[in-house]
Ligand binder design. Structure first.
Ligand SMILES: Nc1ncnc2c1ncn2[C@@H]1O[C@H](COP(=O)(O)OP(=O)(O)OP(=O)(O)O)[C@@H](O)[C@H]1O
Ligand SMILES: [Mg+2]
Length: 441
């Protein structure tokens, strides 16, 4: 395979990066090269490569500082960043070094922000992953994988609960891939009438069936050269699964009403909220198709597992909403923050967006409260002394669903509305946790 271009470029780190810093670089699409601050520090740069130098000034003694000054002088063409202990930099030679740097950081959060700023400035024309908000370890893993998977011409299977961002991830994979200028064709396999699936995906010839007055290209042919996003792939009927396997194995398809193979070049990105392994066991999903699709797997984390990202995202969505709407709300009060941290978020990111937008419209004050977000009192957790969330995630979700159902007199539609999820999702959650509304009433 050809040399895989790193989305943003390469950082040559003069010193020793910490483990969390390595993670942040990977998650932001930077390759890392670690170089000792030795007498002879050679920076090999491939043609066309975007390289930054990073001077690790933390705990630097006099001789280290001198070496770094020499490096900065020798590589005058190299844009520099600096890692520093804290913001109070008193040593004059350190201050001078910092002046020649484009930016410095002392915390992981500052490093992430700095990298984003650089990517935004340097690569205004390049696709970036800035659509995905979040720097929690769980989201860093997602970003790292997206950067790794994007340039590879293999299918990706995206898994995760409702509203976790499967579609936005699929779009990012496409936007960062060499197919980015070709079509991205999404299709929800669960929303198709079963008798139309074949023709939607693979097209049909004129007269193939009653009503087929003209030849029609299917999704795969019209997306030729690009990516096809098959959402809810678990709902694909078995016959279509067989044909999809053929597309994956041979790169050919047959239109309905024809037995002429047609060549297609598409990359399949598939998403599912159901456990496909289980569907395979139950005979509802072809195992050979599953193995073909399951080469590269992208698992989207639940919102409740993203720690500080929840507040970060909340503020982000509120800011975005403010840009286009006349609302007073600017941010969240302490109670709202606490409630957001402990809520189970069964509808994940989508639910967060919906609650914030509704609160922002309804509230008259600048600070949104837990009540504005409808997260007061009705807190689906078992009260203030509930154990830490990460230990009891599944349990918290179950409690959230139970609590809300009870509050709504076991009216599923009402409970779904208040949980900000669709009825289908609520039924899915009930099934997952073995809850039977009929018996609970
Ligand atoms: N990390 C993120 N940063 C910013 N926005 C996000 C993020 N994740 C999800 N969103 C937004 O949340 C909403 C839901 O995301 P998306 O539609 O991709 O979820 P999904 O997993 O496909 O959900 P479903 O299973 O219900 O189809 C969208 O508006 C999306 O833009
Ligand atoms: Mg979706």
């Amino acid at each position: 395979m050809a040399h895989v271009e790193h989305a943003n470029g390469c950082i040559v780190w003069f010193g020793i990066p910490r483990q969390d810093e390595r993670g942040i670089l990977a998650a932001n699409g930077w390759q890392l090269r670690v170089t000792e601050i030795a007498a002879d520090s050679n920076v090999g740069i491939r043609k066309g490569e975007h390289v930054l130098g990073l001077l690790d000034l933390r705990g630097a003694d006099r001789s280290t500082l001198e070496s770094l000054q020499r490096i900065a002088g020798e590589h005058a063409y190299l844009p520099l960043l600096a890692a520093i202990d804290d913001h109070a930099v008193s040593d004059p030679s350190l201050r001078e070094l910092l002046r020649s740097c484009r930016g410095s950081f002392s915390t992981p959060t500052e490093l992430a922000a700095l990298l984003e700023r650089i990517a935004a400035g340097d690569h205004a024309d390049k696709p970036r992953l800035n659509v995905l908000v979040g720097q929690s370890p769980a989201m860093q893993q997602v970003r790292t994988n997206i950067y790794k998977y994007a340039p590879v011409n293999l299918p990706v299977l995206i898994t995760g609960a409702t509203g976790t961002g499967k579609e936005i991830a699929a779009r990012a994979l496409h936007a960062l891939s060499p197919r980015r200028d070709q079509p991205f064709a999404p299709l929800n396999c669960g929303a198709l009438a079963p008798h139309l699936v074949q023709s939607e995906l693979f097209g049909h010839e004129r007269g193939a069936f009653t009503g087929a007055a003209t030849r029609r290209l299917g999704l795969f042919e019209s997306a030729n050269g690009g990516s096809v996003f098959l959402d809810e792939i678990g709902d694909l009927p078995l016959e279509a699964q067989t044909n999809l396997l053929r597309v994956l194995q041979e790169g050919t398809l047959e239109r309905v009403g024809s037995n002429q193979p047609v060549k297609v070049d598409v990359r399949i990105l598939a998403a599912t909220h159901v456990d496909l392994e289980q569907a395979v066991e139950a005979g509802r999903f072809r195992s050979d198709l599953f193995y073909r699709l399951n080469v590269l797997r992208l698992q989207m984390p639940r919102l409740a597992d993203r720690g500080e990202d929840i507040e970060l995202m909340a503020q982000h969505f509120l800011d975005r909403f403010r840009e286009h709407n006349p609302i007073r709300a600017r941010t969240f009060d302490a109670g709202a923050r606490r409630a957001m941290r402990t809520f189970a978020w069964p509808g994940n990111v989508r639910e967060l967006i919906n609650r914030i937008q509704r609160a922002a419209v309804m509230a008259d004050r600048e600070l949104l409260s837990a009540r504005d977000l409808e997260l007061d009192g009705a807190l689906p957790l078992a009260g203030d002394n509930a154990p830490p969330l990460h230990d009891t995630r599944g349990c918290a979700e179950r409690n959230a669903v139970m609590g809300m159902l009870r509050e709504c007199g076991f009216n599923v539609s009402q409970a779904a509305r208040r949980l900000q999820v669709s009825r289908v999702t609520l039924y899915r959650l009930l099934h997952k946790h073995g809850l039977h509304v009929e018996q609970m009433r």
